[in-house]
Design a protein around this ligand. Structure first.
Ligand code: HEC
Length: 463
């Protein structure tokens, strides 16, 4: 029989694999966004310093550069591979899809990144050692390399959400997938958001300037930048939202909680108020206030933004052809990729998944619960935890359904793909019965039980 190219499922019972990835990514986004934003700020300050002969501005740039080296570049370098590792185990076929189409684009991004790292070292350690014009060029080079990394990543992120042109499915072509109608809205929004991050983190350095007049000037410069960037980011986001495909808007309307839009306003309001306050009374700015604000940006800005972006492309994880649960749900003739749904419909997942324990290939009365657990792990845990903590705990969603009701729901809506935010998940009747039994059996979704499954799968002869 045909076996699908599926991988073992990595499942973290407490948080859910998506949240583990999300936590690593949020730290990474703060580090990387601050760095790119700061690079643009450096280019601006260095230009003013050069034209108006203001060496103290260059000293500010140098000190901020040192902070980036020990903060952004260390944290960024630790969390960057962390994203790769966690994404690869959480979503091996999603990563594979991206690599198949974009490995050279990623290589290009890496070249820009190397340029960025060389740039930050050069502008910090060559300050006051090379002539001013050369230093200015180094700072500008750093800005271009930094912004370039973002430009490339945004292209890949928007492909992940939706290939730029429909033609990509039939003709392929890197650029057909890379640039879409909403790529540039994202570029503007992200650039603005990066400047907000840079203005917040820049406060750590500004608040420690000893010369009172210069401290006030820098604090106000950052405040003004922060306000302009926050407002620009808000309009950029509104524009991006209007460019989203119909399906994403449906998912948004159905999924985003009522408080999402008011909370966007609240985040914008607090950010603008923070900068307005530091503009009016620059003396209140302390390193700790800046650090506190940076953490707030991470928790109230980056986490909701990244989660919303991730939610928008549900149920797909990449290119609208690989589902979050790793099943390929549509043909991509350009890549010779075929939908796996017909095979699943005919044979069921247990028969064609390479990592299903041998004893579970066929469901009987003895193994029904185990089979249900395996199916739930494969089909559902990329988006739901099976317990009651972490990411969309499935118990909460099925509360009130008994086995029969759940069986009807899974056998109907889920196998037919009637939900806009969940994949089409074809299963045999026996599989539907097993998964419904498992999900409604009291206590079976506990962490210890799931741990037992992992052991069972690892046992000799299991594969
Ligand atoms: C692609 C990710 C994804 C997968 C895979 C997935 N779900 Fe969901 N599921 C969601 C989202 C998103 C929601 C909506 C959550 C919300 O509104 O807060 C949801 C909601 C639900 C609901 C509530 C009813 C509804 O339609 O909103 C149930 C029940 C449910 N899921 C069961 C399952 C089961 C059982 C599986 C596995 C067989 C599964 N889900 C797999 C993403 C997924």
């Amino acid at each position: 029989m045909e076996i699908l190219g599926m991988y073992p499922t990595w499942y973290d019972p407490t948080l859910g694999s998506g949240w583990v990835l999300g936590i690593i990514a949020v730290i990474h986004v703060l580090a990387s966004h601050t760095s790119v934003g700061a690079a643009l700020v450096f280019a601006w300050l260095a230009t003013v310093a050069y034209q108006r002969k203001r060496p103290e501005l260059l000293e500010y740039v140098r000190r901020y550069g040192v902070l980036l080296l020990v903060f952004s570049y260390v944290l960024g370098s630790i969390t960057g591979p962390g994203i790769w590792f966690s994404a690869t185990v959480a979503s091996p076929r999603g990563i594979s899809a991206l690599i198949h189409s974009y490995v050279w684009v990623w290589a290009t991004e890496w070249v820009f990144f190397v340029g960025e790292v060389v740039g930050i070292y050069a502008l910090v350690y060559l300050a006051n050692k090379v002539d001013q014009k050369t230093h200015l060029n180094l700072v500008r080079y750093f800005a271009i390399a930094s912004w370039g990394t973002m430009l490339i990543i945004v292209g890949i992120l928007s492909f992940m959400m939706w290939p730029g042109q429909q033609a990509w499915y039939t003709e392929g072509g890197t650029l057909n997938g890379f640039y879409g109608p909403y790529t540039f809205g994202q570029v503007i929004t992200r650039t603005a958001f990066m400047l907000v991050c840079a203005a917040v983190v820049g406060g750590i350095i500004a608040s420690r300037i000893t010369d009172a007049a210069f401290r006030q000037e820098m604090t106000r410069k950052l405040a003004l930048l922060g306000i302009v960037a926050a407002v620009a980011g808000y309009f950029g986001l509104q524009w991006t939202l209007t460019t989203l495909p119909e399906h994403a808007r449906e998912v948004m309307a159905a999924r985003l909680p009522d408080w999402f839009v008011p909370s966007l306003w609240a985040v914008l309001g607090v950010t603008v108020a923070y900068f307005a306050l530091t503009w009016v009374a620059p003396r209140i700015l302390t390193p700790w206030l800046s650090v506190g604000m940076a953490i707030a940006v991470m928790v109230f800005g980056i986490w909701p933004e990244e989660t919303a972006r991730e939610s928008l492309r549900k149920p797909w994880v990449a290119g609208q052809y690989v589902y979050s649960n790793q099943v390929i749900g549509r043909d991509v003739p350009a890549l010779g990729v075929k939908s796996e749904l017909p095979l699943l419909q005919a044979e069921g997942m247990l028969a064609v998944h390479p990592f299903v324990p041998a004893g579970l290939r066929e469901i009987n009365d003895e193994n029904k619960l185990e089979a249900g657990r395996t199916l739930a792990t494969i089909f559902c845990t990329n988006c739901h935890t099976l317990g009651d903590t972490g990411m969309r705990p499935i118990k909460r969603y099925i509360a009130g359904m008994d086995e029969e009701a759940l069986q009807a729901y899974i056998g109907g809506a889920l196998t037919l793909g009637a939900s806009p935010h969940m994949p089409t998940m074809p299963m045999t009747e026996a599989e539907v019965g097993a998964i419904a039994k498992f999900l409604t059996s009291p206590g079976t979704q506990s962490v210890a039980e799931v741990g037992a499954l992992a052991k069972f799968q690892d046992s000799p002869g299991a594969h």
